[in-house]
Design a protein around this ligand. Structure first.
Ligand SMILES: [Zn+2]
Ligand SMILES: [Zn+2]
Length: 334
């Protein structure tokens, strides 16, 4: 007879999550089961819950910033990373890749043709337990307790992959100063980068937050930069920021769109793209990104700002994120 656990699942037909008792999952071959200690709430969860991303697993358990303890191994026992029961690990968005397609074979598994995504096409961490493919589970650095480690798993990782695209920038603009920006700003500042933070116009709280973390300048996204930017990363899901950021970067500058979903980009004059400016997106992560970023997180002590919520209050956490009432990251505690 199966034992049961508490989980927040996507409602039938979408539109929010609800608390249910569901069977505790059993790990299959190559999988581990994790007792969840904390799970971050990411903007992508909002896109899953709000139906911006099509075809989630029916009644999926969202959550792809999972921190927990390995509590069971699949049949055969042996796992990637040599995981053993009791190890503290994290589970990110990329939960599976095929290993066969052109992208996988070309070390671009983030673009795999047949991927599995935690908390979207695979059950995630808004629960007391989850199972994960052991190859896509990361050992976590010390120095972070469970809630503070959770935002590293997506906000940190996607921020890192975005920043890696513009690593040579000495003056970097960040549009949207939430969970991802507050992490990567600290990493970039530690590496000598000058950060200019652009928030929603009038969001004084977010601007103060950015300055407290060491941003050289913070203001509204409707403001021109005080000096030309070498590059910009857009974390807010607002298409109108693309032309705004293009106007703010200097010749040859790159604008990185870091989100999985964005409102339509308004048309803009070619002159703001001219002179070898680049607009690009960042999709998902690779396991190599995970290993590199976790090493960096061990080296640069990153102060993650979190607001804990009980698991059953996931809808409140999602609403607070949707309405922009958070500084830092919401984290669910089962
Ligand atoms: Zn593949
Ligand atoms: Zn995410």
């Amino acid at each position: 007879m199966a034992e049961f656990m508490k989980a927040m699942v996507l409602r039938d037909g979408g539109g929010g999550v609800e608390l249910r008792d569901v069977p505790i999952p059993e790990p299959g071959p190559g999988q581990v089961r994790i007792k969840v200690n904390a799970c971050g709430v990411c903007r992508t969860d909002l896109h899953v819950v709000d139906g911006d991303l099509s075809k989630p697993l029916p009644n999926v358990i969202p959550g792809h910033e999972v921190v927990g303890t390995v509590d069971a191994l699949g049949p055969g026992g042996a796992t990637a990373h040599g995981l053993v029961i009791g190890d503290r690990v994290g589970v990110p968005w990329l939960g599976h890749t095929c290993g066969q397609c052109d992208y996988c074979r070309d070390h671009r598994e983030n673009l795999c043709d047949a991927p599995g995504f935690t908390g979207y096409t695979l059950n995630g961490g808004y629960a007391e337990y989850c199972v994960a493919d052991a190859q896509y589970v990361f050992p976590l650095p010390g120095g972070y307790d469970d809630p503070h480690a959770a935002p590293l798993l997506c906000a940190g990782l996607i921020g890192y992959r975005s920043w890696a695209m513009v690593r040579d920038a000495k003056v970097l603009g960040l549009y949207g100063f939430g969970a991802a920006a507050h992490i990567i700003a600290q990493v970039a500042i530690a590496k000598g980068v000058e950060i200019h933070a652009f928030t929603s116009p009038g969001d004084i709280q977010a601007q103060d937050f950015a300055r407290d973390l060491g941003a050289a300048w913070a203001g509204g996204s409707d403001e021109a930069p005080v000096k030309p930017l070498d590059a910009a990363i857009i974390f807010a899901p607002v298409g109108a920021l693309v032309p705004a950021a293009l106007r703010a970067v200097r010749k040859g500058g790159t604008v990185v769109c870091a989100g999985i979903h964005m409102s339509d980009i308004p048309s803009f004059p070619y002159s703001i793209l001219w002179e070898e400016r680049v607009v690009r997106s960042v999709a998902n992560l690779t396991r190599a990104d995970g290993d590199e970023f976790m090493a960096l997180a061990a080296e640069v002590p990153i102060e993650t700002h979190v607001r804990p919520y009980r698991l059953a209050r996931a809808e409140q956490a999602l609403a607070d994120l949707r309405e922009g009432r958070l500084t830092g990251a919401a984290v669910l505690i089962p």
